[in-house]
Design a protein around this ligand. Structure first.
Ligand code: ADP
Length: 311
C-alpha cells in the first residue's frame, strides 16, 4: 500500500499475454516516468500467493546493472494482481530492430555491441544466483542512450501462468535449450547461455534460428541445425524424462557455422558454437563468454550512441 502510493498510474501503453503495461510517474516527482506492469495472476493460483510472489520479486530489485531493467518497486493490488514498477523504456526492443529489414541496417560491429550488453547482463544475473529463463529479442529493451536492457524475468511470468508447462504451445520455444525440452528438472545458468546463443544467431540471420512449431518440432530443429544429442556427445541425456529424438543427425562442424554466420568472423563463430553446445555441462558460461577473444578482435563493438535505432 505504501509502495503503491508512490506512483501515479497513467494511460495504457500496451498489453502482452501475461500483463498490461501502463505509463506512470512518481507522485513526488512527476517528471520521473515509469512503466507499471500489472501481471495477470490466474485466479486458482492467487489465494494468499501475492505476498509470496512480492517477496520473491523483491530480491530482483537488488539486481542493479546498466544492462538489466531497473525494477523500482513491487506491490500487489487488492485484486491480488502483481504490479511491477519498471524503468520506462519507450524505444522498443531488439526484436523490432531485427525484423525491420526495410529501415534498419546493422553489421558485425553492432551485433558485437548488442551481444556484449546481453552477455554482461546474463553474467551479472548468474553471479547473483538469478536465472533469467526467458531470454529472447523481445525481452531486450532499448534505452534512450542505446543501452540494451534485459527485461521480463521468467520468474515474474511464472506467477501469471501456473500451467505454463502444459500450455507450451502458446509460449515461444525457439530459445529453449535441449535440456529443458527433454524435461530436465535440475538446470543451471547454461539454459540462459543457450538462449543467448539463439539470439546471437538471430541477430545475424535476421530471422529466428530454430523456429519450432511445438516442442517436438523444436527438438527436431535442434537436431537438424546443431546435431542429435546422444550418449556420445552428452553422457546421461538418454535418461532425461522426456528424451526423444527424430533420427541421428551428426553434429555440425565449424564449416557449417562459418557458412551461415561468417559475417561475425572466425572468433564470433567460435563463440556462437560454444554457446550452442548441446551438453549443458560443456556449454560455455557467461563468465567465460566475457573472456572470449571475439570482443577484442576487429571490428570493435559500436559505441552505444552510434547503434542503429528505430525512429
Ligand atoms: P510483450 O512481452 O508482448 O511485449 P509486455 O507485457 O512485456 O508484452 O509489454 C506490453 C507492451 O508494453 C510492450 O509491447 C511495450 O510496448 C510496453 N512496455 C513494456 N515494458 C515497458 C517499459 N519498461 N517501458 C515502456 N514500455 C514498456
Amino acid at each position: 500500500e505504501e509502495e503503491k502510493r508512490k506512483y501515479v498510474k497513467g494511460k495504457k501503453l500496451g498489453e502482452g499475454t501475461y500483463a498490461v503495461v501502463f505509463l506512470g510517474h512518481l507522485r513526488s516527482s512527476p517528471a520521473t516516468r515509469v512503466a507499471i506492469k500489472k501481471i495477470k495472476v490466474q485466479k486458482e493460483y492467487t489465494e494468499g500467493m501475492a505476498p509470496d510472489a512480492v517477496r520473491e520479486l523483491k530480491h530482483l530489485q537488488e539486481l542493479q546493472h546498466p544492462n538489466i531493467i531497473s525494477l523500482l518497486s513491487v506491490f500487489s493490488s487488492k485484486d491480488q494482481n502483481l504490479n511491477l514498477v519498471l524503468e520506462y523504456l519507450p524505444l522498443g526492443d531488439l526484436e523490432m530492430l531485427i525484423r525491420d529489414t526495410d529501415n534498419v541496417r546493422y553489421g558485425a560491429a553492432d551485433i558485437k555491441a548488442w551481444m556484449g550488453m546481453l552477455t554482461r547482463a546474463v553474467w551479472f544475473c548468474h553471479e547473483n544466483f538469478v536465472l533469467h529463463r526467458d531470454i529472447k529479442p523481445n525481452n531486450l529493451l532499448i534505452a534512450a542512450d542505446g543501452e540494451v536492457k534485459l527485461a521480463d524475468f521468467g520468474l515474474a511470468r511464472s506467477f501469471a501462468d501456473p500451467h505454463r508447462h502444459m500450455t507450451s504451445n502458446v509460449i515461444t520455444r525457439w530459445y529453449r535449450p535441449p535440456e529443458l525440452l527433454f524435461g530436465a528438472r535440475y538446470y543451471s545458468g547454461a539454459v540462459d547461455v543457450w538462449s543467448v546463443g539463439t539470439v546471437f544467431a538471430e541477430l545475424v540471420l535476421r530471422a529466428p534460428y530454430m523456429p519450432g512449431n511445438n516442442e517436438l518440432d523444436q527438438i527436431k530443429m535442434i537436431c537438424e541445425s546443431i546435431g542429435t544429442p546422444t550418449e556420445d556427445n552428452w553422457p546421461g541425456v538418454t535418461r532425461l524424462p522426456e528424451y526423444t529424438v527424430p533420427g541421428q543427425h551428426p553434429t555440425r562442424g565449424r564449416d557449417y557455422y562459418e557458412m551461415r554466420f561468417g559475417i561475425v568472423g572466425t572468433d564470433g563463430v567460435d563463440l556462437l558454437m560454444k554457446t550452442l553446445s548441446l551438453n549443458p555441462q560443456k556449454r560455455i558460461t557467461a563468465r567465460e563468454m566475457l573472456q572470449h577473444r571475439w570482443w577484442h578482435s576487429e571490428p570493435k563493438p559500436t559505441r552505444k550512441d552510434d547503434l542503429p535505432r528505430k525512429d
